[in-house]
Design a protein around this ligand. Structure first.
Ligand SMILES: *Cc1c(COP(=O)(O)O)cnc(C)c1O
Length: 361
C-alpha cells in the first residue's frame, strides 16, 4: 500500500459536474445547460482575439493593466483594486487560498454555486451550508451559520441555480453583522443581466469586508477563454495578488475581454433580449403547469411535481435535441435549470415541455 496521500479534505471533494454538451445520436443539439450567451461574444471581442494570434510568442502582461483600466473606466471603479483571473473560479480559488484553511469555515448558501465548496475543501477548510428560504438567500440564516471560525461567506447574487436575488439593503445588513474576521464575497456572475445593479461595487467601496467577483463567461460570451475578475478593498487585493501567478491569463483572453467590456452596446442588446425571452419562456412553461421563481439571470429554474417528473422531462427534452441541467446535486431534485437561449431555442423548449406535460399528468 502506498503511503502517498493528498492533503486532508481533498478526497472529500465530489468532482464538479459541468453541463452536458452532447446527446448521443443527435447532431446539433441545443446546449442550454451552462448559462452561456446564445449569441456568443461581441464582434469586437472576436476581432481582438484574432489579432492576438500575431503575438502568441510573447508572454502576456503580468499585471493586466490594460484590461483593469478598461473595466475601471466602464464600471467607474479603481483599477488598482481590480484583479483578473482564469474565470471567476480562479478568483474564488485565490480567496480560499488566501483566507481559509484547516479548522476554519467557509459559509455558502443552501443552493449555492458548487465551486465554493470545492475550493474550501481544496484548501483544507470546512464548507458550511446556510439554509435558504424558498430558494432565496436568507441573511438571518447565514448570520446564524457564522462563528468565530468563519473566514469567507459566499453569496451569488443573482444566485445560480435559483435565479433569485436579494436587495442591497439585505447585503449591507449581512456585511454589517458578520464576525470580525469574515470576508463577504458577492459573486456577480449574472450581475450584467440585472439592469441598474452594480454587482455589489458600492458595498465594496463602503466597507473593508466585502469583495465582488465577476465573469466574462456569461453575458460576455467568453466562457471558452476563461476570464473573470474581482474587486475589493486594498488589503484584500494585496493578499490575492501574492497568490496569483504572474501569467495566469493569456494575451488572447486579455485582449478579447478588454474589447468585450468596452462594447457596452452588445451588453445592452444581450441583456434586453434575455429579459424579453426569459419572461416569455417563464410564462410559456407556467401555462403548461411548470412554475418557476422570478429569475433575474439568464436561466429559469423550472419546478416539477417530483424528481421522477423532472428526470422524465429532461429525457424528453434530450430526445428533442435540447440539453438542460439537472440540479439534484444542488439539492433541487425536482427542478431543471434551463438557460434562456435565442428565440427559436426558447420556442422549442416551451413546445417540448408542453408535449411532455400533456402526457405526464
Ligand atoms: C458560471 C458561474 C461562475 C464562474 O464562472 P467562470 O467561468 O469561472 O467565470 C461563478 N459563479 C457562478 C454563480 C456561476 O454561475
Amino acid at each position: 500500500m502506498t503511503k502517498i496521500a493528498p492533503q486532508p479534505g481533498i478526497m472529500d471533494i465530489a468532482p464538479y459536474q459541468g453541463g452536458a454538451a452532447h446527446v448521443e445520436g443527435i447532431a446539433n443539439a441545443v446546449k442550454l445547460s451552462s448559462n452561456e450567451n446564445p449569441y456568443g461574444p461581441s464582434d469586437a471581442a472576436r476581432d481582438a482575439f484574432r489579432k492576438a494570434a500575431f503575438d502568441l510568442h510573447r508572454y502576456p502582461s503580468p499585471d493586466h493593466g490594460a484590461l483593469r483600466r478598461a473595466i475601471a473606466d466602464v464600471h467607474g471603479l479603481d483599477p488598482d483594486r481590480i484583479i483578473c483571473g482564469a474565470g471567476s473560479d480562479e478568483i474564488i480559488s485565490f480567496l480560499c487560498q488566501a483566507y481559509a484553511g484547516p479548522g476554519e469555515d467557509v459559509v455558502h448558501t443552501e443552493h449555492g454555486f458548487g465551486m465554493y465548496r470545492i475550493s474550501a475543501l481544496a484548501n483544507g477548510a470546512n464548507p458550511v451550508e446556510a439554509p435558504e428560504r424558498e430558494r432565496v438567500t436568507d441573511v438571518d440564516a447565514i448570520l446564524a451559520a457564522c462563528t468565530d471560525a468563519t473566514r469567507l461567506v459566499f453569496v451569488a447574487n443573482p444566485n445560480n441555480p435559483t435565479g433569485t436575488m436579494v436587495g442591497e439593503a439585505e447585503l449591507a445588513r449581512l456585511a454589517d453583522n458578520l464576525p470580525d474576521r469574515a470576508l463577504l464575497v458577492l459573486d456577480g456572475a449574472y450581475a450584467e443581466y440585472v439592469e441598474g445593479y452594480d454587482g455589489g461595487a458600492a458595498l465594496v467601496e463602503a466597507r473593508e469586508n466585502v469583495v465582488m467577483t465577476r465573469t466574462f463567461s456569461k453575458l460576455y460570451g467568453l466562457g471558452g477563454l476563461r476570464i473573470g475578475w474581482g474587486y475589493g478593498p486594498a488589503h484584500v487585493l494585496d493578499a490575492l495578488n501574492r497568490v496569483r501567478g504572474p501569467f495566469n491569463l493569456s494575451t488572447a483572453a486579455l485582449a478579447a475581454a478588454e474589447a468585450a467590456v468596452r462594447d457596452t452596446a452588445w451588453v445592452e442588446k444581450c441583456r434586453a433580449d434575455n429579459t424579453r425571452l426569459r419572461a416569455w419562456l417563464a410564462e410559456a412553461l407556467a401555462e403548461h403547469g411548470v412554475p418557476s421563481d422570478t429569475s433575474t439571470a439568464n436561466f429559469i429554474l423550472a419546478r416539477f411535481a417530483s424528481q421522477a417528473e423532472a428526470e422524465a422531462c429532461d429525457e424528453h427534452l434530450k430526445s428533442e435535441g435540447l440539453i438542460v441541467r439537472r440540479v439534484a446535486g444542488y439539492n433541487l431534485p425536482n427542478c431543471l435549470r434551463i438557460t434562456v437561449g435565442d428565440e427559436s431555442s426558447c420556442r422549442r423548449v416551451a413546445h417540448a415541455v408542453g408535449q411532455f406535460m400533456k402526457v405526464a399528468r
